[in-house]
Design a protein around this ligand. Structure first.
Ligand code: KG4
Ligand code: ZN
Length: 362
């Protein structure tokens, strides 16, 4: 049995978890504690880095204790400690990584500095035992990208947003409509009662050959619709949300289809290759539905991790650490590893304009 403690502090969740792989190869989550700071940031309509860093300092030790207690383990029972080392807000990264270093130094266990995006990318192997290769659609508050996951540590970014991340578009739309923070779930809720055909919002880049995403035009169109009709009735808000969400799902399906086709060409063999959707926006039911329809049409299967593992959590960090440990990939000189606020998963790819602006969080 291999057990890894994971720590995640790259944004506004203070999280710790223990994951294990039993001797017969089965993975399991022994504990998964996520302390959300949403309330501390809500008054500001977004994550305030200073507040986040302070809150991590205050909460992290207790969260780690809770993760160990729930797993029924002491620090000495752990085989390694993994912590998010980037990308993300520098203050939070320092808190998590330094704590992990202290634990590693005190116990003599290996330290695995983990790329947060790799955590999202590998989650489906923990939850669904997926084999490489597969395609990942990562849609969160800081990132919107399609990654070809060829193997452990072998990631190729095939598409990315050229401006706003999708979660950011949801959050900005919510703000324009005075819906509470965080925006995504509230836009989804408001959209339920709305008419998706009332507003003809743009479908950015739809039909174009490049596989990338763009969402800033959509946000501008929402702003125009909202200001033209102010003050907005509840029905107006519901219709704008429903129309926005329809534009998003149609755009996503059009854009993602290009990468599915590319994957098919690269890997003609697998009967039903997997498209994994991860990141906080993956919680959106309309988006999941649209992706399911798309996958059905293209002969793929959609793999969506359970909701609590879609958003930020430490189980995914512990799991990435466990995979790296088993593959003999612990970082040389890990105790001296410096946090990386910007750390692309595919280091060979060129950064696209504007991608991952919001502190490069994921
Ligand atoms: O991955 P995540 O938990 O954190 C990072 O961004 O790192 O994603 C949070 C993002 C926010 O932008 C939030 O509004 C969005 O995911 N989100 C949603 C939904 N739930 C969360 N967007 C659309 N529909 C949802 N149901
Ligand atoms: Zn994330």
């Amino acid at each position: 049995m291999t057990r890894v403690l994971g720590i995640e502090t790259s944004c506004d969740e203070t999280a710790a978890a223990v994951v294990a792989r039993s001797d017969d190869g089965r993975p399991s989550i022994l504990s998964n504690i996520v302390l959300s700071q949403i309330e501390a940031h809500a008054a500001f309509g977004g994550v305030v880095p200073e507040i986040a860093a302070r809150a991590h300092v205050e909460a992290l030790d207790g969260v780690i204790d809770a993760a160990l207690a729930e797993a029924g383990l002491a620090l000495d029972d752990i085989d390694a400690v993994a912590a998010t080392a980037g990308p993300g807000l520098i203050g939070g990264l320092i808190v998590g990584l330094t704590t992990a270093k202290a634990i590693a130094a005190a116990t003599g266990k290996p330290l695995l500095p983990i790329n947060h995006l790799e955590g999202h990318a590998l989650t489906a192997r923990l939850t669904d035992g997926l084999d490489f290769p597969y395609l990942l659609l990562l849609v969160s508050g800081g990132h919107t990208q399609i990654v070809h996951v060829a193997g452990l540590g072998r990631y190729e970014r095939w598409a990315s947003t050229i401006d706003d991340a999708l979660g950011e578009a949801f959050d900005k739309t919510a703000k324009l409509l005075s819906l509470p923070y965080p925006g995504g779930p509230n836009v989804e809720k408001a959209a339920l009662g709305g008419n998706p055909k009332r507003f003809a919002f743009p479908r950015p880049l739809k039909g174009e050959a490049r596989p990338d995403f763009s969402f800033s035009g959509l946000k501008t169109a929402v702003r125009r619709a909202a200001t033209e009709r102010a003050p907005l009735s509840e029905a107006d808000i519901a219709d704008i949300c429903a129309s926005f969400q329809l534009a998003v799902t149609e755009t996503l399906a059009d854009r993602v289809a290009l990468s599915l086709k590319r994957f098919r060409k690269a890997h003609p063999k697998p009967q039903r290759p997997a498209l994994v959707v991860a990141g906080g926006v993956a919680a959106n039911a309309a988006i999941r539905k649209a992706l399911e329809t798309l996958c059905e049409r293209e002969g793929f299967r959609l793999v969506a991790p359970p909701l609590n593992l879609c958003g930020d959590n430490a189980a995914m960090i512990a799991w990435a650490g466990l995979e790296r440990l088993e593959a003999g990939l612990p970082e040389e000189g890990a105790l001296a590893f410096a946090p990386r606020p910007r750390w692309p998963l595919d280091t060979a790819s060129q950064p696209l304009f504007g991608a991952g602006k919001r502190g490069a969080k994921a």
